[in-house]
Design a protein around this ligand. Structure first.
Ligand code: HEM
Length: 345
């Protein structure tokens, strides 16, 4: 009965009618219930879930392409000091309704993909590994290995994307302050031999804890007058000092103060990719995302019946591999090039 129920569930059949669970009764009930209750325009729930998972996967591939193309500009256009990256980051920052866009177009599709992805992971049975005969084992087929890696990279992505968002979007995100008509964006960075010259080229001020303390001491205790303009300017000056102090500085650290968000973000990325551990983790993240995304693009086209023949699937696999390689190159260049090639000195 369990089988019948789950199958009828998948077929979109209402199983409010229960019948005695003998094999004949089950068979008769299957025909009767399906012919009486099958709703011609209702799609099976499992079918809809799979398609939703698949569509959100395609959407994430589009996002991955845009994300890595923007990031690559921090490094690939050597000599331009990441100006393409700065412009892209500033353009995104000035989009109207940005928080709504971030939630509706990124967080929600991600959540849907991850939820149904985890459901798929729980029931998946990779068959590319050697087995003692208790489980199917067909390691001679390359796509069986791709199936396994699609699942392995799912877990890696789950972990590393969460860490990436927590680090860059929340922990190290530039702190913002306004003074009159000007806005300032601040990030905490470690001193290094090239920092002063990079900061000078980018028009960024570097303030250590002594300089911040001095600025705080120089600030009067009260506004110049009761005039609302003076009062507002004074409160902004205070808030700017608070923003500068919001990240505790060690001896070799400074706050880099930029007059636009993109430049502060570029310095934060440069800072991240100074560290060998980060280079390694982000390399794993980018390679996993590119494999998962483009192997996924290939299975997406099969899921939706676009590539039906063996020939079209083989051709599409070569195309997917080409774009997987190209995008991995873009992503890796941002990781290895932002500090070590483009902005070290
Ligand atoms: C960079 C982020 C990601 C991108 C670009 C992406 C993209 C894709 C694409 C295009 C597919 C193929 C859909 C199909 O065959 O119709 C897919 C499948 C899959 N994704 Fe993702 N995904 C991402 C992150 C994740 C994460 C974090 C998980 C973790 C749960 C995950 C789990 C899965 C699973 C399990 C499948 C295989 C489902 C199946 O074959 O039935 N994905 N992904």
């Amino acid at each position: 009965m369990q089988d019948f129920e789950s199958e009828s569930f998948a077929m979109g059949v209402d199983h409010s009618q229960k019948v005695k669970a003998t094999p004949i009764a089950t068979a008769v009930a299957r025909v009767t219930v399906q012919s009486m209750n099958f709703r011609p325009f209702s799609l099976p729930r499992a079918f809809i879930q799979k398609r939703l998972h698949s569509l959100t996967g395609l959407w994430l591939v589009a996002f991955l392409i845009l994300h890595l193309l923007a990031n690559s500009q921090a490094a690939l256009l050597v000599g331009e000091d990441g100006s393409g990256f700065v412009k892209a980051a500033n353009d995104i920052r000035t989009l109207p309704y940005l928080p709504v866009i971030e939630i509706a177009l990124l967080a929600v599709p991600f959540a849907i993909h991850i939820y149904w992805g985890i459901c798929a992971l729980m029931v998946s049975e990779p068959n590319s590994l050697r087995s003692d005969g208790a489980k199917p084992s067909l390691p001679e087929y390359p796509h069986n290995h791709a199936y396994t890696w699609q699942r392995v990279t799912s877990w890696i992505l789950l972990l590393l994307i969460a860490a990436h968002v927590i680090q860059m979007r929340f922990m190290e995100n530039p702190v913002e302050a306004q003074l009159g008509a000007e806005k300032f964006y601040m990030v905490r960075v470690n001193r290094d031999p090239g920092l002063e010259s990079v900061a000078a080229r980018l028009g960024v001020k570097l303030l250590d804890s002594n300089q911040i303390e001095k600025q705080e001491k120089e600030l009067p205790q009260t506004p110049k007058s009761d005039n609302p303009v003076d009062a507002q300017l004074y409160s902004q000056q205070r808030e700017r000092i608070e923003a500068l102090k919001s990240r505790p500085l060690e001896k070799n650290q400074v706050m880099a103060v930029a007059n636009n968000f993109g430049t502060a973000e570029l310095l934060m990325v440069r800072e991240t990719f100074k560290l060998p551990s980060m280079l390694l983790l982000y390399t794993v993240l980018v390679l996993s995302a590119c494999f998962h995304g483009f192997n996924g693009l290939w299975t997406f086209l099969i899921t939706w019946g676009v590539t039906m023949s063996q020939k079209s699937q083989n051709r599409m696999y070569r195309i997917s591999l080409f774009f997987m390689g190209l995008l991995a190159f873009m992503g890796l260049s941002a990781i290895w090039g932002t500090y070590w090639i483009s902005l070290r000195v």
